[in-house]
Design a protein around this ligand. Sequence first.
Ligand code: PHE
Length: 467
Amino acid sequence: MEQKETWGSKLGFIMAAAGSAVGLGNIWKFPYTAGNNGGGAFVIIYLIFVALIGFSVMLTEFAVGRRKNLAAVGAYKAESRSWTFAGVIGVLAGLIIMGFYPVVGGWALAYVFKVFTGLMTSPDMGAAFGGFITATWEPLIWMVIYLALNIIIVSKGVAGGIEKAGKVLMPLLFFILIFITIYGFTLPNAMEGVKFLFKPDFSKVTGSTVLAALGQAFFSLSLGMGCMITYGSYLDKKENIVSNAAYVTIMDTAVALLAGLAMFPAIFSFGMEVAAGPGLVFGVIPTIFSKLGTFGMILSGLFFIALTVAALTSSVSLLEVVVAYFIEERNMGRKKAVAISSTMMVIMCVLSSISLQGGLTIFGQTIFDVFDLLSADVFMSIGGILIAVFAGWKIKKEDLKNEVTSGGEVKFGLFSFWYAIVKYVIPVVIAIVAVSGIMARFETGKGPIMIIGLAIMAILAIFSRKL
Ligand code: PHE
């Protein structure tokens, strides 16, 4: 077994955890999911979940990971073998997300070049995007390049690769989003976009909307699948995980809201479609910048570079969950673990990318959508119940308190409140949201996919002792 790696510096950990959280989930998924789910009400429910559940689960995951200094599977297994499945479900969730995330990462990378090669003069950005993702080879080639970047970073190990990428380019993204937001507010009709984003109409809310908001919160914060457990396992005992969890949660949510504020005013101002789906950001950003000439072209280029980097710092964390499993639980070297995980990912990504060209569907959903639905709405939400039940009912309260407060050194006045939320509120709330959401998904034909997800989990739970 390799020597356990640790973070190079304090700032390194925060940046890496924030790097994992801030990614396509904030800038690509949040705006289009808000658009598809009617805006305001979805956004408010999402924010409530972030504050009530997201922060608490993140703190729980950091604590559980650091406690045994073991990644997703090991952290559960070291406590009790019958909990192994909870870690394995997380690893599988990581694998499933990596079955579509690099496809979108490849789109972002492609757009870095496209904005300089004619895209900006295209009369219809939506059609340009549609043409690109349904082309035979182009998206596949970009996806492979994107995955190769991941592999290079992860094979270099934790401190070396992931930290550097996170530290340098995250702030750039933030500044570009602020610039777009300010510019967007000067456009006619901008306030319509702000209203759409924040003015709730609860009459349209269904179980499906609520589950989508929960899934979005988990996906965006990288929770419910062991990623933050894994990152916590590389963490020093003295580090204040309470404030770290708070910073990361706030940063991630701020970026998502900023992405929404950057996009919706322009969407309304230019009369674009709010429910444009996964193509939303790829249509809106070039449209906004096409009005600004060469300066706009350069800013678009920078935007997509920053988006690609934000995506990379997230996908390396996903890959790391899978890789850490092979290293710790299967006694592999890092190189071999990376090789095996990435081979699986290439196969899944090729399938999900091709499925967007039409034809390749399961119960009427493209493979791309199947992976997307399975991960956020099934695996991660149930993963959230599992980590909360594990921490609340399996670990001794005193032990948990010791871990969270670094043996009493870190002040955490709300410990009992947090503990009660983890132990009682989170499992019950997620269970209710999941059941009503999954039932509502049957009305839109997505029910069978949900059942497949639950069945996979059940099978894993039964055979987990062998894993
Ligand atoms: N949080 C990342 C994003 O928003 C995605 C992610 C999910 C990363 C789960 C790691 C684990 O893009």
